[in-house]
Design a protein around this ligand. Structure first.
Ligand SMILES: [Zn+2]
Ligand SMILES: [Zn+2]
Length: 344
């Protein structure tokens, strides 16, 4: 074990909004009360990392290390930590404090949410500090690079699907087959839903089938609503594509009391037809990812069912290239940075 003995680590920081990624050497951070130091083995790159890169939220403490899909091993354990030991494999989820939603058990709606890479240093580094409330146990059978993307893209899609009231055999549609959607289709498949994948172009049909979709709808060629209605209407639509126009139009393809769940962030407003909502008592709702225990459920379910993100790995120092592939939607399908810490 390094045991918290001060040593240098490499980290990628952003000095100010819009600045380039910068490889720096820092002292290894120390664990405070209720915290641990995680030696990072892999960190996924997520579209939300643009929040830190471009300063899209107020109050980001620059210079900041981005990255919130963190998988590694506990190194140092801070004072007052119970139940977590040095050497335990962990991921880092999003976690909160003691505000009103937290006290009501709605942890993901925390108003003091501490997000690695947004209001504290994240995982584009060889080590980071994390509060124990955010820790996620990684099952033995899951490699760090496979666990990383499941800690944001995975938990978001898994949690959105399992809380929607759809039963095995019900039809669930996934709109978009990208970083989120390719996981959504797999989770829907393993949960026993009849699945429809919806994406642009005929060429994604084969991939959709490979991921477990029973039906494929091409947004360029097909009449979406007509196709979905012909299949019986979707009990739930997981909307992962940042396409506000189609997200709104798809509501008409829901079944009676069906729900459209928005997790993809389109920049345009979503237009909804009141008639489509009222006839059939349909709903449209947003869904935030999940608390750290939801992330742990996601990892366990993924091991049980064989769901994995398709990933491209790159070493930490190639962060700029990896980030660009993600931003240009060229990644197939999640980019993961890997680190080479001194092994315990
Ligand atoms: Zn994310
Ligand atoms: Zn809170």
């Amino acid at each position: 074990m390094r045991g918290g003995i001060m040593s240098k680590i490499r980290a990628i920081q952003i000095a100010k909004p819009g600045a380039a990624f910068e490889l720096v050497e820092r002292e290894q951070p120390r664990a405070g009360r209720g915290e641990v130091v995680v030696i990072v083995e892999a960190c996924g790159i997520c579209h939300s990392d643009s929040i830190a890169k471009d300063g899209l939220l107020p109050g980001i403490p620059y210079p900041i290390v981005p990255g919130h899909e963190v998988a590694g091993v506990i190194d140092e354990v801070g004072e007052g930590v119970v139940g977590w030991q040095s050497g335990t494999r962990v991921g880092v989820g999003w976690f909160g404090g003691n505000c009103e939603p937290c006290r009501r058990g709605d942890l993901i709606s925390c108003q003091n949410l501490r997000i690695p890479g947004v209001n504290m240093d994240g995982g584009y580094a060889e080590a980071m500090v994390a509060p124990v409330s955010g820790l996620v146990r990684i099952p033995d059978d899951l490699a760090a690079a496979d666990a990383a993307p499941l800690l944001c893209a995975g938990v978001t899609t898994y949690n959105a699907l399992r809380h929607r009231g759809a039963q095995p055999g019900d039809m669930v549609a996934v709109f978009g087959i990208g970083g989120l959607g390719h996981l959504g289709v797999q989770f829907a498949s393993k949960m026993g839903f009849r699945k429809v994948a919806i994406a642009r172009g005929a060429e994604k049909a084969a991939l959709a089938k490979e991921l477990g979709a029973h039906h494929y709808i091409n947004t360029e060629a097909d009449d979406l609503t007509k196709e979905l209605t012909a299949l019986g209407g979707a009990r739930a639509i997981l909307s992962t594509a940042p396409d506000s126009k189609l997200t709104g139009a798809l509501v008409a393809g829901l079944s009676v009391r069906g729900a459209s769940i928005i997790i993809g962030l389109g920049s345009e407003p979503i237009h909804l037809s009141a008639l489509d909502l009222v006839v059939g008592s349909r709903t449209v709702k947003g869904h935030a990812s999940g608390a750290s225990i939801d992330s742990e459920d996601t990892l366990n379910f993924s091991v049980l069912s064989g769901v994995r993100a398709k990933i491209e790995k790159m070493p930490l120092e190639r962060v700029a290239e990896a980030y660009e592939r993600m931003m240009k939607a060229e990644a197939r399908f999640r980019m993961v940075l890997t680190m080479n810490p001194a092994k315990p």
